[in-house]
Design a protein around this ligand. Structure first.
Ligand SMILES: Cc1cc2nc3c(=O)[nH]c(=O)nc-3n(C[C@H](O)[C@H](O)[C@H](O)COP(=O)(O)O)c2cc1C
Length: 306
């Protein structure tokens, strides 16, 4: 990697480079250790963690579409205790920042995960998932109501000093309204987008394909939509933004940075090429070396200038 300053700050969190990997597309991190050097990443965002283990939705839970995937995993995860005992000890020795994605069926679930993990070594920040479109209770209920989002963030703020990154849903009329509630309540940063609600029908069976019937669309199909959400949010909040949605290469990542993201996160691309994220780190580094002696942060939101 060339010798350029790729450091970015997300609230109180400093990342050595602006590339993270997205929740639910990278397991608990270790699953990718045979393919890439995890220490090259700016950060790893874990699978959503809930207080108790969750089995998730009935299959099929993930299907391909022409330019992306539809998933309805339903927050399957190992639960808080197993995460602390079996997953965190490995993660805490990595130099990538560890961001734990937190989900729950009710407010106390989120508070339990955040307060327990704040006492453990190795967690650098939380990404609060108020945007999962694939579960019956929790998540999206907070992400579609500015008042409830604000209340949740205020409670989490009193439960931790670690940075709170609020993950927003694009499945709302105005993402800025939800963000304003969270910003006023003490959030440190935003990440967006989570998946767009979608579905597929099996015409032979005359039924929806996904076990959950509806799911969330991700991948290149959503990139222009996601980019617009980042662009819009940048104009309405002061807090830093982690941009995601269909990022496949470093050019896509630069578009998000110009639109206003301080960092980017790579999701569906990990399924196509497990080394996509480190290729993006290398691509950004080469781009920056050729482009300018300035550090990376200079380019955040550049496309907004008059
Ligand atoms: C299979 C799958 C599982 C996901 N699980 C989660 C999750 O547990 N928590 C979460 O906040 N987002 C989850 N997401 C959403 C991604 O983190 C990301 O926001 C979204 O896929 C858009 O980025 P992409 O187009 O690069 O994949 C999941 C996405 C996929 C494809």
């Amino acid at each position: 990697m060339s010798n350029v300053d790729m450091t970015v700050r997300i609230g109180g969190l400093t990342l050595k480079n602006p590339v993270l990997v997205s929740s639910g597309t990278f397991g608990y991190g270790r699953e990718f250790a045979d393919f890439i050097d995890l220490n090259k990443l700016g950060g790893i965002i874990t699978k959503a963690i809930t207080p108790k283990p969750r089995a998730g939705n009935p299959p099929p839970r993930i299907i391909e579409t022409p330019a992306g995937v539809l998933n309805a995993i339903g927050l399957e995860n190992c639960g808080l205790d197993v995460f602390i005992k079996d997953k965190l000890p490995y993660l805490k020795d990595l130099s990538a920042a560890i961001v734990v994605n937190v989900a729950g069926a009710c407010e106390s679930d989120y508070v339990e995960v955040v307060s327990s993990l704040s006492k453990e070594d190795g967690v650098d920040a939380f990404e609060i998932n108020i945007s999962c479109p694939n579960v019956k209770h929790g998540g999206i209920e907070f992400g579609t109501d500015a008042g409830r989002a604000g209340e949740l963030v205020a409670n989490l703020r009193s439960a931790t000093k670690l940075p709170l990154i609020i993950k927003l849903s694009p499945n709302v009329a105005d993402v800025c309204e939800i963000a304003a509630g969270a910003e006023a309540a003490g959030a440190d940063a935003f990440s967006l987008v989570n998946t767009y609600r979608g579905m597929a029908i099996d015409i032979a069976k005359e039924r929806p394909v996904l076990g959950n019937k509806i799911g969330g669309l991700s991948g290149p199909a959503i990139k222009p939509l996601a980019l617009y959400q980042v662009w819009k949010l940048y104009q309405s909040v002061k807090l830093p933004i982690i941009g995601m949605g269909g990022i496949m290469n470093h050019i896509d990542a630069i578009e998000f940075i110009y639109a206003g993201a301080s960092a980017v996160s790579v999701g569906t691309a990990n399924f196509i090429d497990p080394s996509a994220s480190v290729k993006i780190v290398d691509g950004l580094s080469t781009w920056l070396a050729e482009k300018s002696p300035r550090g990376f942060e200079y380019f955040i939101g550049r496309a907004h200038r008059a």
